[in-house]
Design a binder for this molecule. Structure first.
Ligand code: TYM
Length: 331
């Protein structure tokens, strides 16, 4: 039986990339596996956050995940900072990970930009905390989008090195699960960069909380090229924006790209975009309305967070005790 762990940062809105790349798989997995999902607020503070906005973000991300289909009865759902094991285990694993390994992490280079010297130390060690998140539960599988692949390879390397160094079989090396037709959803404004919560342009993404008119307007304004859609997938090569929109249609309607092109090949974006917007609205409307119901129910969300954290601690604390024994802290 596999144990699943994954996390999402509580910064900004849950968007279509998060949903199609990861959350949809989380929802599917909760029936067949033991699942643990965390709103990773410790990761969020690796860049500056306003405390009140962060507090609201943790609450709203929890509500959004439930609205998207996570059931706190069938999975463990909790804010990361309420389980101290994450930070404590991260310290031990920082002594396992090598500086050379972290120096190869591309996301640090992207996120720190030109001011590398001014980036927080937390941003640099971020992937070690991510490894601790996974290993604290001895998770075997981690469902994520493609952008997390390198971090998961690092988590595997850390698990294997820890086991070797200490002469134990403590951590199962976790396997990434990067699955489905939309593991890398691109920005609506630029087909060469991924859809992201941190993109300053809200036009670049579809938020799960956008209403029908906003979705229609964003799809209408999405960047495209002047050509009609091809009738075969090979014709999308070199057309990243067109490929992204076709891919979104395929993912949202559970069809193959070939199927979508069989319907829309030869048609222009004037015909394709309204159809895509309609599919998005139909798929997202139930999530949006459930989110709107839940987000102001502070008492219910708080109870879910408290209970989730308690269940998470019950799994992670014995693992940390094993780690302490393995490194020589306790008899
Ligand atoms: P985060 O918060 O950036 O994203 C949450 C999940 O959404 C996926 N995702 C995408 N998938 C497809 N297309 C996109 N445009 C897109 N954008 C985001 C991400 O791959 C991710 O699965 N470091 C992680 C959070 C994390 C974590 C963990 C994940 C912390 N600890 C332990 C797994 C295991 C992050 O920042 O995800």
């Amino acid at each position: 039986m596999s144990r699943i762990f994954s996390g999402i940062q509580p910064t900004g809105n849950l968007h279509l990339g998060n949903y199609l790349g990861a959350i949809r798989n989380w929802v599917r997995m909760q029936d067949a596996h033991e699942c643990i999902f965390s709103v990773v607020d410790l990761h969020a503070i690796t860049v500056a956050q306003d405390p009140a906005t962060l507090r609201r973000g943790i609450h709203e991300m929890t509500a959004a995940l439930i609205a998207a289909g996570l059931d706190p009865e069938r999975c463990v759902l909790f804010p990361q900072s309420r389980v101290r094991v994450h930070a404590e285990l991260a310290w031990v694993l920082m002594c396992t990970a090598r500086v050379g390994w972290l120096n190869r992490m591309t996301q640090f280079k992207e996120k720190s930009g030109k001011d590398r010297e001014g980036a927080s130390v937390g941003l640099y060690t971020y992937p070690v905390l991510q490894a601790a998140d996974i290993l604290a539960y001895k998770a075997t599988h981690v469902p994520v989008g493609e952008d997390q692949k390198q971090h998961l390879e690092l988590a595997r390397d850390i698990a294997i090195k820890f086991n070797n160094d200490m002469g134990v079989e403590l951590f199962p090396p976790p396997e990434p699960v990067i699955e489905g037709p939309a593991t890398r959803v691109m920005s609506l404004r630029d087909g060469s960069s991924k859809m992201s919560k941190s993109d300053p342009s809200d036009q670049s993404r579809i938020n799960l909380t956008d209403d029908a008119d906003t979705i229609a307007a964003k799809v209408k304004r999405a960047k495209t090229d002047p050509d009609a859609l091809p009738s075969e997938a090979a014709g999308l090569a070199g057309r990243p924006e067109a490929a992204n929109l076709v891919n979104l249609m395929a993912a949202l309607t559970d069809r193959s790209i070939a199927d979508v092109l069989a319907e829309f090949g030869g048609k222009g974006f004037g015909a394709f975009k309204p159809a895509l917007a309609e599919v998005m609205v139909t798929r997202l409307a139930p999530i949006t309305s459930r989110f709107n119901e839940l987000k102001n129910d502070d008492v219910a969300i708080e109870a879910i967070c408290a209970r989730g954290a308690e269940r998470a601690r019950a799994i992670a604390e014995p693992v940390l005790a094993e780690v302490h024994r393995a490194v020589g802290f306790v008899a």
